[in-house]
Design a protein. Sequence first.
Length: 110
Amino acid sequence: MRMLAVFVGLCLVFLFVWERVDIVRVGYQIERLKHDKVLLERERDELRVKFSALSAPDRIAKVASEKLGMALPQQGQVIMVQSRPEGAPSPHTAPVEVRIAKNDLSGGRR
């Protein structure tokens, strides 16, 4: 009987020690995850700033004109076309506005 009591006592001690070790392990894991969260939040903020800078209209216009050779359309290059959606014309549906830009390149290039 005494042997059983000692065995149960040892099991309880091992259970207590295992529980404490597991609590410490989970605590370290929580701290690591908090650190990772802070790093990811910093990276998110940096990416938002970078996105903001890259998507600025002035920068896009500059890249389009300097690197891609694009220019704003000249007078008469944009034609406005009124069209209705496919199907029977209905007085309740508003016409859809379609813009077509024509490119008048001289020199026979197409």
